[in-house]
Ligand binder design. Structure first.
Ligand code: SER
Length: 588
């Protein structure tokens, strides 16, 4: 089944069940300045989930264009994309769990009208309950009836899970609620049912993947806390088209599906260097660039325009890496326009402008890319803030690109130093717009500093929970979040995650001052609790301590007192490589 047919079947299935089809809203939210892009199908519907009447009625269905950039540095692997389409059906105060769950199951398994998936490969989760909302027995009973009817043991198919996975909200404010998630066994070998432990392990090993989420949105969140019920009970469902397509076409990853196949083949044909990851980055980024421009974004140094600039320039660098002939980018852009022009009319209507903007941006960057790369080669050792600033201001390298190249060369980039340079430049230039570089930079150094201190606290907390053999395996900080890799052989349980979060928050609340001492490396290694590669430090080192909770060798900078950090929250825990786990966390 090709992707077009999946889209069509989904819309038709719900249209037949009295839903009105609505077109995708723009990728750029019209009335919500708090987010740069729509990241889920429900986002443009927030006013209607809160009670306003939708002009198309109470039952609607659609395919929403989404852009998510939080995992942009992971693009190139099997699963992450910056642009994707989300299929969704919504009840705005109309039907609730019974219909939503039954329709989800029917669409997934029905051969004539739906996807015709084998029900023995399906598993589901439901919400286990907490102080905000009761255990979702109702959804459990609905699923139980479905599985029993299909001849399966419900106990081995339906699992109660905590709010960490089964409570969905678009952010800290707005409509939210418990959800029921559907999973598909991609191996085809897990058809006999599982225990909850086996299910969690299969999920961690990506033997099963989440394919659809039914959110029962009857609650409201304010500043991160559930404050009560909404005026109406809603259903918000979401299924990623790309993931469904991978599954329906029995592929290993999205780049092998009809959504990317010809684009990937073309990039390969044009390249004289074989690098799959670069081909994937180029394909993903071109697609996002086309869609963003079709929704009115133009490359710039701020906000959405900056994201667009970043992805076009990153695509250009990877084309350069693959030794693709000059001027080829536009052929690739044409292919994307061709592929989506009939599905999203504004792509066709704006095709000339899309080509023009991408061409202009690529040409501008190409003038300095080669020299910038040479400049990069001249730098010996880690990249200082000044180096990164020169690459940015003279050669047009977005800081994220400098970080990416540095990472390839196993060098570090002094981000805080870079931000200081940006600030200096901003003060010097004294123009209102210069240096305003949101979406990653400028004015955000304070957040990075806080997250840096939080990273030390996270490691200390992990060592309290798992013992002193846990070490840092990698760390990456943006102003929005920290990412931390450490050695541990298995997936952390929700209880362990909570324990780690609680320890960090407890230490934040204790208002401990963060002290820095310079000492000889020998001496420092004796007091430091973390033996993180000392060879990269000079003879005299800085040691940062947070009471006796955390003592680490580090270049800094850090906050003065833990009380400055706010609330520490783990957003994700996943495998990074064999024996290494990755945590993403934020400060709220
Ligand atoms: N909003 C929910 C999600 O993004 C369901 O669509 O998962």
């Amino acid at each position: 089944m090709n992707s077009n047919e999946i889209r069509q079947r989904f819309l038709k299935f719900f249209e037949k069940r009295e839903h009105s089809i609505i077109p995708s809203a723009s990728l750029v939210p019209e009335n919500d300045p708090s987010v740069l892009f729509n990241t889920a199908g429900m986002q443009p519907l927030v006013p209607y989930l809160l009670g306003e009447k939708h002009p198309s009625g109470e039952k609607i269905v659609g395919v929403q264009k989404c852009v998510r950039t939080t995992d942009i540095d992971e693009v190139g692997d099997n699963t992450h994309l910056t642009f994707f389409e989300m299929l969704g059906n919504w009840s705005l105060g109309d039907y609730f769990k019974e219909e939503a769950i039954n329709w989800s199951y029917e669409f997934l398994t029905n051969k004539e009208e739906g996807l015709g998936l084998d029900p023995s490969r399906l598993y589901v989760t439901v919400f286990e309950g907490n102080n905000d909302a009761p255990r979702d027995e109702e959804s459990f009973e609905i699923w139980k009836a479905i599985f029993e009817k299909a001849g399966f043991d419900p106990e081995k198919r339906i699992f109660f899970m905590s709010a960490k996975s089964n409570w969905w909200s678009p952010g800290e404010n707005g409509p939210c609620g418990p959800d029921s998630e559907m999973f598909y066994d991609v191996t085809g070998e897990l058809t006999n049912g599982m225990t909850k432990e086996e299910f969690i392990q299969a999920d961690d090993e990506q033997k099963i993947v989440e394919i659809w989420n039914d959110v029962f949105m009857e609650y409201e969140k304010k500043d991160g806390k559930v404050i009560g019920k909404l005026v109406q009970r809603n259903v918000d469902t979401g299924a990623g088209l790309e993931r469904l397509t991978v599954m329906m076409q029995g592929k290993d990853n999205v780049y092998e599906t009809d959504l990317f196949e010809s684009l990937m083949a073309k990039i390969k044909e044009l390249s004289s260097v074989d690098n799959l990851k670069s081909r994937r980055i180029i394909a993903d980024h071109i697609r996002s660039a086309v869609f963003l421009i079709s929704d009115g974004v133009v490359p710039s140094n701020t906000d959405a325009g900056y994201i667009l600039r970043r992805i076009i320039r990153r695509a250009a660098r990877h084309l350069h890496l693959l030794n693709v002939e000059e001027g080829s980018l536009i052929n690739l852009v044409n292919m994307v326009i061709e592929q989506y022009g009939d599905i999203y009319k504004n792509i066709k209507e704006k095709s000339e402008q899309i080509k023009e903007e991408i061409k202009k941006e690529e040409e501008k960057f190409k003038k300095t890319l080669g020299q910038g790369l040479k400049q990069f080669e001249k730098i010996s050792g880690d990249i200082s803030g000044k180096d990164a600033f020169v690459l940015f201001s003279t050669y047009g390298f977005p800081i994220e690109m400098t970080q990416e190249i540095a990472q390839e060369k196993k060098l570090a980039v002094d981000i805080v130093g870079f931000e200081e340079e940006m600030k200096k430049h901003q003060e010097l230039s004294q123009t209102a717009s210069a240096g305003k570089f949101k979406g990653g930079l400028g004015g955000d150094d304070e957040n990075s500093t806080k997250l840096h201190t939080a990273t030390h606290m996270l490691l200390a907390a992990l060592r309290e929970v798992f013992g002193p053999d846990v070490y840092q395996k990698g760390s990456n900080i943006t102003p929005e979040r920290l990412r931390f890799d450490f050695n541990y052989p298995e997936k952390m349980t929700p209880e362990q995650l909570k324990q780690v979060e609680d320890i960090v928050n407890q230490k934040i609340q204790e208002s401990i001052s963060v002290e820095m001492k310079e000492m000889a490396k020998e001496e420092a290694l004796k007091v430091s609790k973390t033996s993180f590669d000392p060879s990269k430090y000079g003879d005299t080192v800085k040691v940062y301590s947070i009471g006796d909770f955390s003592i680490e060798l580090c270049g800094g900078p850090h906050v003065e007192n833990t009380s400055e950090l706010g609330y520490f929250k783990i957003k994700k825990e996943e495998a990074s490589s064999a024996g290494v786990r990755r945590i993403k966390a934020v400060l709220e």
